[in-house]
Design a protein around this ligand. Structure first.
Ligand code: UTP
Length: 406
């Protein structure tokens, strides 16, 4: 006989989450339904495991860490560049490449209302981050008559708004049937005592579960099957917030294919070696990106490659990854919550844990990665926040410099 508790009260009691029903009696019928349905869908067991596991020591002994060899684009000869680009172009021209854009993040640092990809910058004309990305694909069409398939990962909270945005913009005049959307998952956000946070008296606060959900979400949406049926062999995966990102790069693809790699990544050189930016490294002989706190100070200069979220995966690598549960990382964030009086509170310092899977943890499933150091000023103009050094203004300046628009 199954003795597991089923009633919401019992489930919440078992996991110490009874506070979720604190305001239940005051809710309307439809609000009660929303809350109960959300409670029903939370995997409290998983949340408990994530909380407990995330408190464990995650440091990596330095003996397990070794440098990853990398190529430097500007050190390649003109002949090498042309030969490898030819290899990549053959694949692109036979439409064996597809593109995935990761746009399921919440963009909390930018704090823009609406999908981050719909945030517009006045070049002029005004262009959204989605349009900057689409420009890459339109340029390819203009030069070779090819429309590549473009898959966009959204989250439950921005999926509809993203699709509406593309509709309103007439898909930037790109063929509508070549742009497809799929939705990643979310997880509840918890406080420092592992209590699930209420966003309103009748709803649980959730957050996207990280860009590493792309492998599962893409496959569950049926798109991995679609790629295989259409004999597509390579997928470029990139973020939405770098307006100089090259979605189609024959040289990068050619180097990856010629070197017999399953996965590849672009990197930029870390100038300030003492900074906390994570770096590429092998851990136990498998590629990874690690927190430099794990490195011996004397070794810092051997680990100078930073991630720009520009990766290539073979379709067979994506198939392998579609069944793998990537680890979750814990981030400590500021998050509004409903307090015990039923009032919304805005904390002034981090108060909650968010769990995210990172796409680069997929590298650990492979023995080697093609790492290509590119020139930051040619391919990296990120927008993360309205303050600091990755703002819309800094990105636009880099973009204008690159395209000689200043
Ligand atoms: P970031 O790590 O910069 O996160 O994402 P973010 O959500 O955009 O912004 P913050 O951290 O809340 O300020 C890098 C890329 O990964 C995507 C983002 O959309 C962006 O393209 N991403 C991130 C997802 O697709 N899903 C996620 O769950 C997280």
């Amino acid at each position: 006989m199954n003795t597991e508790p089923h009633a919401p009260e019992q489930i919440l009691k078992k996991y110490n989450q009874e506070h979720l029903l604190n305001f239940f009696d005051e809710l309307t019928v439809s609000e009660k339904e929303i809350l109960l349905s959300q409670i029903h869908h939370v995997d409290f067991d998983k949340m408990q495991q994530l909380y407990l596991r995330s408190k464990m020591d995650d440091s990596i002994p330095s003996q397990r860490i070794t440098p990853i060899p990398f190529l430097v684009k500007k050190e390649l000869s003109a002949d090498e560049k042309s030969n490898y680009s030819n290899i990549g172009n053959k694949i692109i021209n036979s439409q064996k490449l597809a593109i995935i854009t990761l746009a399921g993040g919440q963009g909390t640092r930018l704090g823009y209302k609406g999908p981050k990809g719909s945030y517009e910058i006045d070049v002029p004309p005004k262009k959204s981050l989605f349009e900057f990305a689409c420009d890459n694909l339109k340029r390819l069409y203009e030069s070779s008559g090819i429309y590549l398939n473009w898959y966009i990962m959204t989250s439950p909270s921005n999926d509809l708004a993203t699709k509406n945005y593309f509709d309103a913009k007439n898909y930037f005049d790109y063929p509508k049937d070549k742009i497809k959307f799929f939705v990643q998952d979310t997880l509840p956000i918890i406080d420092i005592n592992a209590k699930v946070i209420l966003e309103t008296p009748y709803s649980i606060k959730t957050g996207s579960n990280g860009n590493g959900d792309v492998f599962r979400a893409f496959s569950d949406a049926g798109f991995l099957d679609e790629l295989e049926q259409n004999n597509i062999e390579w997928v470029f995966i990139g973020g939405i917030d770098n307006i100089l990102l090259k979605l189609v790069d024959p040289l990068f693809l050619g180097l990856t294919v010629a070197g017999n790699y399953q996965i590849a990544s672009k990197s930029i050189r870390k100038v300030d070696l003492a900074s906390s930016d994570w770096v590429f490294a092998n851990v136990d002989g498998h590629p990874s990106i690690i927190d430099p706190k794990n490195l011996d100070i004397k070794d810092m200069d051997k680990y100078n490659q930073k991630n720009i979220l520009a990766h290539l995966f073979s379709v067979s690598a994506l198939r392998k990854l579609s069944n793998i549960e990537l680890p979750y990382h814990r981030a400590f964030k500021k998050c509004d919550f409903i307090n015990s009086e039923g009032m919304k509170e805005v904390p002034i310092k981090p108060n909650s844990f968010k769990f995210e899977k990172f796409i680069f943890d997929a590298f650990a499933l492979f023995d080697k990665i093609l790492l290509l150091e590119i020139e930051s000023n040619e391919e990296f103009a990120p927008i993360k926040s309205f303050t600091g050094n990755e703002t819309p203004e800094t990105a636009l300046e880099l973009y204008k410099k690159y395209y000689n628009l200043l």
